[in-house]
Design a protein around this ligand. Structure first.
Ligand code: VGL
Ligand code: ZN
Length: 198
């Protein structure tokens, strides 16, 4: 059975110096490149927001960066502006072997809904199309790596496990934001969903 490597959001804005920098985010790039070289199927995800996205604190007058708000689909962190479509920060890390990817799937382009997961937007019902792509290629096992462990990797891994994929998260090839204990909570959520934390 075919296995796919899913590389989550290894973009400049999530690396040191970026708008929503994850500590050591750039340090996972060499290891991911090595894993890509030996993976039969490689998919990259790219966080890809329009300017003025509803997940940006700047879109909500008076709101502080990293504060919480209530959206029609549930609680939402208000982030600094990041990964704006076409911007430098939305580009992949310059050392990532992007050419190796079979598919690049973008998410977060819907102005009204954030999308942490590579499978569903944050309303948990709007699909990105990735499930259909993987299934039609006969893929049932996924290895996930990337940024950030506690947000996009976590949501993607949990959704994939719920959809019936066998999911392994390579913790050594992920880095987290860890706001208010979100990293520990994410590891519990992934383990409870049946994700293998390697
Ligand atoms: C992410 C926050 C906002 C991520 C994306 O890739 O984990 N986090 N957008
Ligand atoms: Zn985002």
């Amino acid at each position: 059975m075919t296995e796919a490597l899913i590389v989550i959001d290894v973009q400049k804005d999530f690396c040191p110096g970026g708008a929503l920098a994850v500590a050591e985010g750039d340090q996972i790039v060499p290891g991911i490149n090595a894993l890509m070289a030996e993976s039969p199927v490689v998919v990259l995800t790219q966080d890809w927001h329009p300017a003025g996205h509803s997940s940006f604190a700047s879109t909500h007058p008076g709101a502080e960066v990293m504060s919480m708000t209530e959206m029609p689909y549930g609680p939402q962190v208000l982030w600094p502006d990041h990964c704006i479509q076409g911007s430098d920060g939305a580009k992949f890390h310059p050392d990532l072997t992007v050419d190796r990817a079979d598919l690049i799937i973008r998410k977060g382009f819907n102005p009204a809904i954030d999308s942490y997961s590579a499978f569903f937007e944050n309303d948990h019902v709007t699909p990105t199309g990735l499930e259909g792509y993987l299934r039609s290629r006969g893929i049932s096992e996924l290895v996930m790596v990337g940024l950030a462990t506690d947000f996009c990797v976590n949501y993607s891994a949990v959704d994939a496990a719920k959809l019936g994929f066998k999911v392994t998260v390579r913790r050594d090839l992920c880095r987290g934001i860890d706001m208010d204990g979100s990293l520990a909570a994410a590891e519990i959520a992934m383990a409870e969903a049946g994700v293998i934390l390697a």
